[in-house]
Design a protein around this ligand. Sequence first.
Ligand code: PLP
Length: 394
Amino acid sequence: MLSNRQLFLLNTAQTSTSPRLIEIEKAEGLYLYGPEGQKYMDLVSGFAVSNIGHRHPRVLAAIQDQLERYLHVTVYGEFIQAPQVALATKLLAQLPSTLNNVYFVNSGAEATEGAMKIAKKYTGRSAFIAARKAYHGSTQGALSLMGDEKYRAPYAPLLPNVTYIDYNDPEQLAKITTETAAIVLEAVQGEAGIRVPDIGYMQQLRKRCDETGTLLILDEIQTGLGRTGKLFAFEHYSIVPDILLTAKGLGGGMPIGAFIARREIMAVIKENPILGHITTFGGHPVSCAAALASLEVILDEKLMDTVAEKHEIFKTHLKHPIIKEVRGIGLMMCIQLASFKQVESVCKYCAQNGLMIDWFLHHETALRISPPLIIEEKEIIEACRIIKQGLDNL
Ligand code: PLP
């Protein structure tokens, strides 16, 4: 009989020639467990998803409760489904009044796609601006915004009229013109290796968008829901986007995404023609119930209050001659090393010693640190100890 590992390699599509091949049997809180009793502290959170930890009891209870009522009943936008309404209401209550309408989808990429469509229809323009080293999803519209030619080229032609700028360079904001429908930017660049923009840059960006009638779409799919110490990272910059993208950490471990805008912008998809953007499973009731419980956990358990402090604990304990820099914001951090070989070797050592870390799509010389926000001081110290041992071992 073939093992799960063999069947995985044989029957499920592979996204690289070197998958990590770590088998998971169970996950709970900060930890992942393998079939042979392995225990890993999770510093990746399933790529910024499990912000409140794995299988939070309140999320499980909300899912269980919804399972007793209904699963899928119809496509998004027709019936009144209480979990969607409750999630929308709670989420919007946390946001500035201009972000007052939400469309639920299944994933981050779909949120990007929906936002691009409403931006085109609302402005009557078709040009977009995106940043180099950006990642907004793998579908073709989102891929058109991908800031690395290497990933776009094999799938050409993609969307025309996309201009790329360097992230955090105020000089290049002049490329936003009255022809630009929207600029799509990550609130902190994730896959570029955690690049936090200057507050001044973000404020100039907002001003330039206002001057040119360009919509500002902030991708908070990775920064979202508490990871940077605020519910959304735009709060650090004292600006408000026209369209906000969220997914990943929104669902408490269940698949859901959303694009959020003011009612007037969102309204473009409901007529001329009707059904301008539709989805069968978007805003699935079980995902919405889980997302609402997860949001309540973040707020009730005040998980954001200790994020800055935990960032500092990591920084204090991540001192090692091989480390070039520890950077980031809140619990969206990275450890800059010198080469991919070092990164790969430390990741391997950590996995063998009970710690899950990873690297970045566009930046392979840094280690990713994005633990669940529930991580405690003693666990941070233990994680740093294993990482430093991995560095000693190079
Ligand atoms: N935007 C950002 C900033 C992301 O990090 C990701 C996923 O890593 C996406 C969009 C795409 O999200 P999804 O994988 O849910 O389509």
